[in-house]
Design a protein around this ligand. Structure first.
Ligand code: SF4
Length: 283
């Protein structure tokens, strides 16, 4: 499968930008750029700091707890619920200190957020989705040259199962619709497949998301999608390259939509005019 993909080398039709390319592209950076290139500029180029939204803070702390669990499974260490809950609490506090402040209204909201995360972690450990076997890899960072992409692709996978299935964990407020969930995360899932194929020579049998849903009784829902065929790979590489080209050319403009409802950069966005953010290119 890998051989046939490499044989069918393609170009995206976009021009290379040897002098101004970013050094690499990740699926999260590409998705952020393609969602709103101006918000991408505020967040990742100008690095304008904002208070962390509570939901994002909770998601990061839950992620740290799951990482502790999977690493314990991998190393044969202590993966008891008490140890993983302690890892969650440590992450909840240290992330506040290192990446905060978090936009909590008050201490009551902070404590509710902390307890919501603890319940979600406990629900995962109690669920059939909790890793029983030794994983193939945990928090694996890959960087590979991909045909059709003018810079290396990078990606950090939460978990790679023994059969090479990459698994990404998502905290969510509501139960996901499986078809939409896989479609929403297509760039990330197919990027992981591309990276694994180049790095290991193996094709994953499935591309999986595990949603940890913060409902009153937390839910743990796996959404599996089939591995990408040549069409899906080409489509995703083209999207990645579109982001590379836009970033390389310093193209940043408002892309209004539903996502503006939770954007923290509305004031900066309102001040935008064409040419406002060309200084990096001119420098
Ligand atoms: S308010 Fe909307 S258009 Fe403006 S930067 Fe934010 S997401 Fe982009």
């Amino acid at each position: 499968m890998i051989a046939s993909f490499e044989d069918a080398r393609f170009t995206t039709g976009l021009k290379p930008h040897a002098q101004t390319l970013p050094q690499h592209i990740s699926p999260s950076a590409a998705k952020a750029y393609l969602s709103c290139s101006l918000k991408f500029y505020f967040e990742r180029v100008a690095c304008i700091r904002k208070k962390t939204p509570p939901a994002l803070h909770l998601g990061k702390a839950v992620h740290a707890a799951l990482q502790a669990f999977h690493l314990a499974r991998w190393r044969g260490g202590d993966d008891s619920p008490e140890t993983i809950a302690a890892a969650y609490d440590v992450a909840f506090i240290s992330l506040e200190r290192e990446e905060g402040p978090v936009n909590f209204d008050d201490e009551t909201e902070r404590e509710k957020c902390r307890l919501d995360g603890l319940r979600v972690v406990a629900a995962y450990l109690d669920s059939p989705e909790a890793m029983k076997e030794k994983p193939r890899a945990v928090e694996v960072l890959l960087k590979e040259e991909i045909p059709g992409l003018s810079v290396p692709l990078t990606g950090a996978m939460d978990l790679v199962e023994g059969n090479f299935t990459p698994v990404d964990f998502k905290s969510a407020a509501a139960k996901p619709d499986p078809a939409n969930a896989a479609f929403d995360h297509e760039i990330q899932l197919v990027s992981y497949q591309l990276l694994l194929e180049v790095a290991t020579g193996e094709s994953p049998p499935s591309l999986d998301l595990v949603f940890l849903v913060k409902t009153k009784t937390p839910l743990v829902i796996r959404v599996s999608s089939p591995p990408a065929d040549a069409h899906r790979k080409r489509r995703v590489v083209s999207l990645l390259e579109t982001a590379v080209e836009g970033i390389a050319n310093n193209r940043h403009h408002p892309q209004p939509g539903m996502h503006c409802s939770w954007c923290q950069y509305k004031n900066e966005c309102i001040a935008w005019l064409p040419g406002s953010y060309q200084e990096r290119r001119a420098a």
